[in-house]
Write a protein that binds this ligand. Structure first.
Ligand SMILES: [Zn+2]
Length: 258
């Protein structure tokens, strides 16, 4: 531990930055990573070791950062990152959302942040943010050295007067900002997300081919599939558990009806 630990062990496998914590889960070789950039996600032991170096392929890990970071915004469970996640990325099976989806995802995140305190109204709430840490919420790449992608996504929210700069001396690129009446109107009138998550609950043993078939089908439609763990479910590869154990796998997509 501490100083004896190799540097790679203290870095997030998705963004390459120092994580806040990554304790092993009880009775498991998996870890629960808390990262200021990627949020909270679980990672299995194989992925932890195989993909320790951020410089190694796959290089577009920001797509996985986006899936882990936006899980609470999308209302899905904590994402379990496994070697399958990296292989899917390498094979181009993790779809990058289009511009409109990313712009909506960013507005959704500001709404999520606005609603965080149930004791006060979300309307008019000032939100601080840091693009260098919050870039995954818009499915962006890391901002250094080039901020143009982030600006391209966020600027239209100001141009369309869905977001407005607040006062308070913050730097323009960091807020504070607030969602305007027009922004809330769009958020609340917009058709609800449709088919964003399909949950598949199944016995953990010998059912992987079924899941793979479902995931492959969704991939053909251009939707990424990521296995997500939940608080009350157990995951596969735990042969000592009874066959009544189920796991839940989420097939996720950024598609919305519009
Ligand atoms: Zn990270």
């Amino acid at each position: 531990m501490g100083a004896a630990e190799p540097d790679a062990n203290r870095r997030c496998r998705l963004c390459g930055q120092r994580f806040e914590s990554a304790p092993a889960l009880p009775n498991s070789a998996d870890r629960r990573v808390t990262c200021r950039i990627c949020g909270e996600y679980d990672i299995d032991n194989r992925a932890w070791h195989y993909f320790a170096e951020i410089q190694t392929d796959p290089s577009d890990r920001h797509l996985l950062s986006a899936l882990t970071r936006t899980a609470p915004v999308r209302g899905v469970g904590r994402v379990l990152t496994s070697p399958d996640s990296f292989v899917a990325l390498r094979e181009g099976r993790v779809r990058e959302p289009n511009f409109a989806e990313r712009r909506d995802a960013l507005l959704d995140w500001f709404a999520f942040e606005s609603r965080k305190d149930p004791k006060s109204s979300a309307y008019g709430r000032m939100i601080q943010f840091d693009p260098q840490r919050d870039y995954p919420v818009a499915h962006c790449r890391p901002l250094e050295p080039n901020w143009s992608e982030w600006k391209f996504i966020i600027d239209p929210l100001f141009d369309r007067q869905l977001l407005a700069h607040g006062t308070g001396g913050g730097r323009p690129m960091q807020g504070p900002v607030w969602i305007t009446d027009k922004g809330w109107e769009q958020l609340e009138m917009r058709p609800r997300a449709s088919g964003s998550v399909g949950f598949v609950a199944m016995k953990f043993k010998e059912m992987d081919p079924v899941y793979e078939a479902i995931a492959a089908g969704s991939s053909l439609r251009g939707t990424p599939s990521i296995r997500a763990s939940g608080e009350s479910v157990q995951r596969p590869n735990r042969p000592r558990h009874s066959t009544s154990t189920i796991h839940v796998q989420a097939v996720q997509t950024a598609h919305r009806t519009s």
